[in-house]
Design a protein around this ligand. Structure first.
Ligand code: NAD
Length: 344
């Protein structure tokens, strides 16, 4: 059996599906840095090839632009790979997940295909990018509760978050069944509201930064602002995902998220303060808000992976704002901003 912890990543042949995405591209960075050879497959429907431009000319990165659902593509993608990180998905931010069901439903087919091809090709380890959206909605309604979601709370009666969450849940359960019945080595990582450089405006933190960048006044905040989240910085997500590949074989699902509880309204105020943008906050309670109280318990990750997030929200937010202001052009952001809030 593949032992990544003992043998390391040098020379490993890895597939990252969705490798041009926000999270996928950072994972590719880290795997290349560790000496792996990476094949990144992405159809660029929401990923951007610019996210990988820093590796141009690197012979250890092979980029394939293709739709993994097309006949033969998934089979070719997994061929000869020691490890598969499956991140490709029809996914967007809260606006997208609430307002679109058919698109995310296509993940059922995409995930099933990747896993069955990985099994067929006897890939040494398959790691799946799951989500906090697998947790039952009914548990996450009361903001007065200091709730931390432990992995075992994903059990019957299931109540996942929109079709997006149901597909993630089905993928986790598929991997668990493949492990039980076929001995396939796998892990699922439940990511919680990831943010950082290369993040996209359809996610709340980047949308807030974009509003400040564009000088919006009033400054819109979706919901009544009391929703609680545990925004988790990209570097922590990447290190946790790699640890999961190294440490988990039995298809266990593990939370990758901080235990820092941040209200949406407080996040908005922090953005205004750091950017120096002066504006009146306007709450929009009728816009999609998602669960009111969603924060991970990350003690299982500490125990299984010897991992914990290193980046406090205030620090990660400053880094993300610095990146955004350094990178973006006002005309380009203005042009796509409103549409991006509910699309991929
Ligand atoms: N960003 C978050 O907060 C968050 C939270 C939980 C889980 N996730 C999961 O992490 C993964 C990466 O998400 P992200 O936020 O970096 O951005 P993302 O949604 O843009 O990533 C998905 C990537 O998959 C590609 N893709 C989609 N369908 C494809 C197909 N059929 N064939 C090939 N490529 C395809 C897209 O172009 C994109 O690059 C996704 O699986 C997402 O569900 C993200």
């Amino acid at each position: 059996m593949l032992n990544l912890e003992r043998e390391g990543w040098g020379g490993r042949k890895v597939l990252v599906t969705g490798g041009a995405s926000f999270i996928g591209s950072h994972l590719v960075d880290s795997l290349l840095e560790r000496g792996a050879s990476v094949r990144a497959v992405d159809n660029l429907t929401s990923g951007r090839i610019e996210n990988l431009k820093q590796h141009q000319g690197n012979p250890r990165l092979e980029f394939v632009e293709a739709d993994l659902r097309e006949p033969g593509v998934a089979r070719q993608a997994v061929e000869g790979r020691d490890v598969v990180f499956h991140l490709a998905a029809d996914h967007g931010g809260r606006g997208y997940v609430d307002l679109h069901q058919a698109g995310p439903a296509s993940n059922l087919c995409l995930d099933g295909l990747i896993f069955s091809e990985a099994l067929r090709a006897r890939v040494g380890k398959t790691v799946f990018a799951s989500s906090g959206c697998v947790y039952p909605n009914y548990l996450q309604t009361d903001t007065s509760k200091e709730l931390y979601l432990t992995e075992d709370l994903v059990r019957p009666p299931y109540d996942a978050d929109n079709m997006y969450g149901w597909a993630k849940l089905m993928a986790e359960l598929t991997l668990a069944a493949y492990h039980r019945e076929h001995g396939m080595a796998a892990a699922s990582c439940r990511y919680f509201t990831v943010y950082g450089p290369r993040g996209v405006e359809n996610h709340a933190v980047i949308a807030m930064i974009a509003r400040a960048f564009l000088g919006k006044n009033p400054f819109d905040v979706w919901g009544d602002g009391t929703q609680i989240r545990n925004w988790t910085y990209i570097d922590d997500i990447v290190s946790g995902t790699i640890r999961a590949a190294e440490k988990i074989d039995d298809a266990a699902a593990v939370n990758l998220g901080t235990m820092e509880r941040v209200r949406v309204l407080d996040a908005a105020r922090m953005v205004l303060e750091y950017t120096g943008h002066k504006a009146e906050i306007r709450l929009l309670p009728n816009m999609p808000t998602g669960p009111r109280n969603r924060v991970a318990d990350n003690r299982l990750a500490k125990r299984l992976l010897d991992w914990e997030p290193k980046t406090p929200f205030a620090e990660g937010l400053r880094r993300t704002i610095d990146w955004y202001y350094g990178e973006k052009k006002k005309e380009e952001v203005t042009e796509m901003f409103e549409q991006k809030l509910t699309e991929r």
